[in-house]
Design a binder for this molecule. Structure first.
Ligand code: FAD
Length: 392
């Protein structure tokens, strides 16, 4: 018998398994539906090229949380990496690559010299070097040129990309999201601004493997938790292999799997198209966004990430196409992003309230807590929940 059963071998489940085994000496069973650990952070070395590929879209670690960084550093060495993203835009018939978030270099790429320098001078004088100004704030300026700049960024970079990403019309996009789109008053190109920006030297799968390495942890892959675990929300009880289980269950899979007759939670999914090309490099930066493309959002080329094999003669790219989530469609059945609206919040709260009635059940992670977590948030959240559990 195990002390703890964990559903899901993603980052959240792995943090919990590691803490229960290594700090509390508990025996842990991890049940994972997929044939691999590491959840959506899973990466693998492509046999044909030797390039480290991220199976579920590009994952770049960045954080301002020193304790999360120190915690993960027990399981991996790091390679520094500043992620850069450019948008591919066609402006007056010409293709240009525009650094994101939109900054002084982006202004220079999009506008004739004199006009660009005028806009940069105005932004510097008004906000100061390094400031991040939302396009909403710019729109409220008296200056016509600054208002036009905000509209340009909204139209060319933001709105089509975001409507594709979420499958919504521009009118349906929450104005709070639009309000946050920044223009950065700086020459420096860099997608994130956190003090820790790096990738695990041997990849995320190796890092998660080290987290799960304790002999007290058994990981059973290719196993839907329902094959062994019966979590009965009505009876407020749990069985493992048909026997009452009074140990702790840490649950990081989709919350709505716990009650299938309940309304399902909505998600947005992604279709990935991987290509191996006989080229030294395909594009200038790791990720190129395509705001003007009708269905594709971005292309990522993995060999730009420094823990990948950079001197390979070939290259691997992945194109991303957001799609509606459909649990019965093999391509669209991965629930990548929770959809935040009133309807989903109502369903989530009902399911969460029921799950909380089961005394030995803890919900953790992006699927069970129905939140978007970056990797550092997922780790911080799991560590906090573990400490909370210990203090009860
Ligand atoms: C496209 C994309 C790009 C991202 N890029 C970044 C990035 O650049 N930087 C960053 O910090 N974060 C990024 N993230 C976020 C990152 O993926 C998450 O923070 C992280 O995966 C959260 O881990 P988790 O364990 O909570 O969830 P998951 O990784 O989803 O783990 C949940 C696990 O539960 C398993 N499971 C589900 N159902 C069952 C079942 N019935 N039985 C058993 N097991 C089950 C799943 O297979 C999965 O392994 C990105 C996310 C996406 C979708």
């Amino acid at each position: 018998m195990y002390d703890v059963v964990i559903v899901g071998a993603g980052l959240s489940g792995a943090v919990m398994a590691e803490r229960f085994a290594n700090q509390l000496n508990k025996t842990v069973l991890v049940l994972e539906k997929r044939t691999h650990i590491a959840g959506n952070c899973f990466d693998y070395v492509d046999a044909a090229t030797g390039i480290l590929v991220h199976q579920y879209g590009p994952h770049l670690f960045h954080t301002d949380n020193a304790s999360v960084f120190q915690y993960l550093s027990r399981f991996t060495e790091w390679v520094d990496y500043r992620h850069k993203v450019v948008a591919n835009l066609t402006l007056v018939g010409q293709e240009v690559l525009v650094p994101l978030p939109f900054n002084f270099s982006s202004i220079r790429a999009c506008f004739p010299n004199e006009h660009a320098e005028l806009l940069i001078r105005k932004l510097r004088t008004r906000y100061g070097e390094g400031a991040r100004v939302s396009i909403l704030a710019l729109r409220q300026e008296q200056d016509e040129e600054l208002i036009k700049l905000a509209d340009f960024v909204y139209q060319q970079v933001f709105i089509n990309y975001t409507t594709k990403q979420w499958g919504k019309t521009p009118e349906q996009i929450d104005s709070a999201v639009t309000a946050r789109v920044p223009i950065v008053c700086s020459e420096e190109n860099g997608y994130f601004s956190d003090p820790y920006q790096c990738v695990p030297r041997n990849g995320y799968t190796a890092m998660v493997g080290n987290m799960l390495a304790s002999p007290l942890i058994d990981v059973q892959l290719d196993t839907d938790f329902r094959e062994r675990l019966n979590i009965d929300l009505m009876a407020k009880s749990i069985e493992l292999d048909g026997q009452p289980f009074n140990g702790e269950v840490i649950y990081s899979a989709n919350l709505d799997l716990l009650q299938l007759d309940h309304e399902a939670l909505p998600y947005r999914s992604l279709r990935f198209e991987f290509e191996t090309l006989v080229l030294k490099t395909f594009q200038q930066e790791t990720t190129v966004n395509y705001p003007q493309h009708p269905s594709m959002t971005r292309i990522t080329e993995f060999k730009h990430i420094p823990n990948s094999r950079q001197n390979a003669d070939q290259t691997v790219i992945v194109k991303e196409f957001p799609v509606d989530y459909d649990p019965n469609d093999p391509v669209a059945s991965v629930p990548y992003y929770p959809v935040f609206d009133e309807y989903s919040q109502t369903i989530f709260k009902q399911l969460k309230a029921q799950a909380e009635q089961v005394p030995n059940l803890t919900l953790v992670g992006r699927l069970a807590q129905y939140q978007y977590f970056d990797m550092d948030d997922a780790v911080a959240n799991a560590l906090t929940l573990f400490e909370k559990w210990k203090s009860l």
